[in-house]
Design a binder for this molecule. Sequence first.
Ligand SMILES: NC(=O)c1ccc[n+]([C@@H]2O[C@H](COP(=O)([O-])OP(=O)(O)OC[C@H]3O[C@@H](n4cnc5c(N)ncnc54)[C@H](OP(=O)(O)O)[C@@H]3O)[C@@H](O)[C@H]2O)c1
Length: 291
Amino acid sequence: MNPSDARIVLTGATGGIGRETAAAFIGAGASVLLVGRSAAQLSALSRSIQATATGTAAHIKWQVADLGEAAPVDELVAVATEWRCNVLVHAAGVPCFGALETVDAETMRRVLDINLLAPMRLTQALLPHLRAQGRAQVICLGSALGRIGLPGFSIYSASKFGLRGFAEALRRELSGTGIRVQYVGPRSTRTSFNNAAVEAYNAATGTAMDSPRRVAEALLRSLQDGAAERFIGFPERLAVRINGAVPTLLDGSFDKHRRSVPLPSADGALSTQRSAPPGVSSPIESSGVPR
Ligand SMILES: NC(=O)c1ccc[n+]([C@@H]2O[C@H](COP(=O)([O-])OP(=O)(O)OC[C@H]3O[C@@H](n4cnc5c(N)ncnc54)[C@H](OP(=O)(O)O)[C@@H]3O)[C@@H](O)[C@H]2O)c1
């Protein structure tokens, strides 16, 4: 879609990727409804974009909504409908890194709720309105980890694999309706989403990290070209293809990653001191990790 025709609901607008994406969309001529949980942050973001992109006041609106709560989401749906949105970008998300036995039940629930169920609920609620627009797009910001499962990311990967499955099935379900459903999978990106443990894992495994601007540019391209799926970075794009075709082929490629996941010891402390198994790193392992 031409950005100047786009009226975009952007969740996660206050995040590291969301802020850059909002600026990129507005800069390309789109209208954006910023969604986050903090009125102060949304208002400051709206002001700062307006200060740098002249003549955009009419194109920015914001709405507070905790996507894990029913009433604020109902209100968001009403506002977005009234505002006549025709694009939905799901960029809100929560991280989860650690060995499975270190993840508590509440964290598991929250990750699946915000990363997977929230986009499903919001898309469903806005679908009648999007159908009525004639042409519309739903862009799911997933992850390379929605195509490749990595040690330390079992819960996060489950949420992003789920999101990718949702996007793929819904794209096929809505084929011919004028609504395009898309998935964008960045690799690791420099935002506060990644804590010190993830940064240590990235350093230990030689994982490249992108700027949030690079992800924002990919989202803008996906808005413009309607690509069903877009993954960012090499060798991640190659790994995504191999893993999609023959997942077991890569099973032996992630020993370095497995050894870099902190594991609880008998006294409860976390440590990554695990003996390295014999063998040689695969090309995928030695060139980093998708995220
Ligand atoms: N950074 C990476 O390495 C990376 C890589 C691949 C994919 N991604 C994906 O990219 C997306 C954005 O990541 P980011 O790096 O920008 O993360 P971030 O800086 O932590 O931002 C997360 C965004 O999600 C919002 N959010 C979290 N919980 C919410 C809730 N309950 N209701 C409404 N909004 C909520 C946050 O809003 P508040 O400001 O209100 O907290 C914030 O706007 C996520 O879906 C993530 O999975 C990130």
